[in-house]
Write a protein that binds this ligand. Sequence first.
Ligand code: FAD
Length: 439
Amino acid sequence: MGQSYNVAVIGAGTAGLVTARELQREGHRVTVFEKANQVGGTWLYDSLVESDLLGLDPNREIVHSSLYKSLRTNLPRQVMSFLDYPFVKRESGDTRPFPGHEEVLRFLQDFARDFGLMELIRFGHEVIRVELVDVVSHDWVVESRTRETESRWESKEEVFEAVVICNGKNTEPKVAEFPGRDTWPGLQMHSHNYRTPEQFENKIVVLIGNGPSATDILREISPLAKQVHLAFRGSDIKLINLKNYDNAWPHSPIECAHEDGKVVFQDGSIVEADVIIHCTGYKFHLPFLKSNGIVTVDDNRVGPLYKHIFPPSLAPWLSFVGLNYRALVFRVIELQAIWVAKVLSGKVKLPTQEAMAASVEEFYEQMEKAGWPKYHTHSLQNDEGEYASWLAAQSDIRPPKSWEEITFFSFVKGIFGHGENFRDTWDVDKWIQEIESSD
Ligand code: FAD
């Protein structure tokens, strides 16, 4: 056994649960703070929506999950498995390869129960401050609050030797900016607050974006809506074929919106719309972290972080698990959690602070040279296979060679090849077997 520390984990979604399991396996003492009353994070569907549907009001009551009621996974269960805990089909459950969200929640609940994690979790505890109070003994104060009555909160401070932040990245909406947005008279919402299609019956809807949420929402509302107009960058719709829809049209991004209800697109077209839905992604949000400016969120870059995880000057006492996207998220989270737990126990060594800082700088320079925008710092679109292999090697894990080939982007390509009904038409088992046997 290596060194054992008193570690706080913030969040009991996928990242928090896997991190808690790995920390426990390494012999650390773990306390998980979770503001909800159940595990699951994003996968805990909530029919409630926020009071400000665009998510601009900082004082709104936050609803954590962004799931819509009909959501099915966009990745197959095979790659939402953990190394020694596969996401298997249960006879009584949803056996589809791309199951509904309830099945993922059940999987995470089973995971938490089977690894004895429930006892480690303080439910209903929202972390409101994480602050380093002693540099030498690396004491962190974690202040959390619990709701006593509708309007009264009780808060408490505790000290930990290390903190792992796993608070998720799909809750704080990023919205499109265009002149006239704030005075346009129609209904505007972010996809974070979309649940079901009924309210769009007979409406003229503008959908901004062409990612998975925009395409799923288009598919769901177009049978009810009068018209759907998609506003997005780029020359074609990537995941969806608009030819299959007789009431949907593509446009360039919105140029401006007027008080008479007109929405003007950059290509000169104009529609008089009732609703604008911003399917424009999310922002990292760390309101509780007081790091004296050491860790900042700048244009969606949380940094500086060595390998998306450790701030060099605070390592290994502060870390992040689950910041990456455009990746097979469950797999990456598990490898990150294993690494963090082993680094803390001293079994795996980090480079010096200077070497980590230099590595971060080099990464930023590479991004700049490649013209890759800052807000994509944590996207693994270009190097997921390499990053996963690197993480695995750090912890001496030998995943199948096929892992380098099976990435988020190989799935996106598969989706193109199978059209918009990919969830029901694609034989993913066969596809994975073919890749594995060609090893
Ligand atoms: P979360 O699941 O968001 O968990 C964070 C947890 O932290 C929550 O429980 C939250 O309550 C808690 N928390 C936050 N702040 C605090 C605080 N201050 N104090 C205490 N607790 C706090 N991934 C896939 O692999 N496959 C898919 O098909 C897929 N589909 C998706 C569809 C949608 C619409 C969205 C939004 C995401 C999807 N994802 C998918 C990505 C998804 O984010 C990951 O699967 C995974 O849920 C991320 O887990 P996490 O633990 O990082 O974050």
